[in-house]
Design a protein around this ligand. Sequence first.
Ligand SMILES: [Zn+2]
Length: 436
Amino acid sequence: MEYLLRVGNLIDGRGPEQGPRVVAVKDGRIAFVAKPDEVSDDRPLLDASTYTLIPGLIDCHVHVRTNGEVDRRLQPLTDIPGESTLRGLKNAQADLRSGFTTLRDCGGMEALALRNAVNSGDVLSPRIFAAGYGITATAGHMDQDRYVGARVHDNPGVADSPTEVRRVARSLLKLGVDLIKTNATGGSFGNGHRPNPGAQQMAGEELAAAVDVARMAGKRVASHAMGEAGIRAAVNAGVDSIEHGFWLTPDVAEQMADQGAFLVPTMATLFRNTTRGFAGPGMSDEVKEQLRQRAIWVRERLFESIEYARNAGVKIVAGSDMGGGPYLYHGECATELSQLVEAGLTPMDAIRAATSRAAELLDREDELGSIAEGYRADLVLVEGDPGRDISLLEEGRGVRGVVLDGCPVALTGALDAQGQRAFGDLWGRVQWIVGC
Ligand SMILES: [Zn+2]
């Protein structure tokens, strides 16, 4: 498929807003970007002159297998095989419709199955980078959360020594994961380590073992790290990204900047925890309110972490943690961008955090996250200018078109008719998910 897309304003994911441009798409890639008066061509033209074009958005921390369900931790005990993977496909499609063309899944075998199906061309979904299951200590984060009762010993991600970590990491590589996810600390809620949120759970040498194995295979390591000691241990071990990073300190932020480590602060989850509150099977109203208050407290601390990271020059990347907790719904990944703006980033910086900088974390900055010649044609048409008003991206509110690998997968309103005229016979090859 070969066509031209004329837009009123281009945000390329790296530089400033560029004004009107024509983007040529050929065989799933961007052939060239030019000013409208520089192009005279008889290829099909989709006229989107009243819209802003941004790169397909990248969310670097989701869990496709779940969608904010209150009983999600019990699902592994009740699902029949395949059920959660099919739910994962539906969740990923909700993200795609809202403008996210790439997802990095930070925990869940379903994402690995989905990635394989996507790469085989079998299903319509955002491209997926999957960690498989996370490595954790016995009773650590991602252990007791998901595996209770009889299955407590079945968690393949549990490792209690550097040697065990090496074995588990190699098992994950054997499954073909794109990255290794480690859990340096507990969560900020519950998990039996109150009043110390995010207490360290994996030792420094265990984290270093994961990094060592991943490096040999050319893969990157993400570390769930909330409390100060665990963040420090993970950074000392050389992980590539700190997920959450709620108790980051100025000195560790400096170290992260020196090492080129990324921060994925998952602000959206704490924002939703404070606005929508908490839930869990059998949870009393009193406990729900306690947890909501805790989220308010932790969120204040996270704003400090982001300030330290910005001052030190740490690369901040968008990751919403959608699916990772109650009331965290797919299709709402862009809440993270609005929250980053709330924390002081400009809207353009927030867009970069979900495009070119996110692509850097994925080690795909040469083909994802930018609108430039040779890049994959993952594109989003927005009504209005998200470079000035980031809230246009929330829940895909201003999103009018999504192009994945050059293929328009979602077009709405006036663009539907324009698209049919512009593409003529090609239109039948456009994959539709609008209205699903
Ligand atoms: Zn998560």
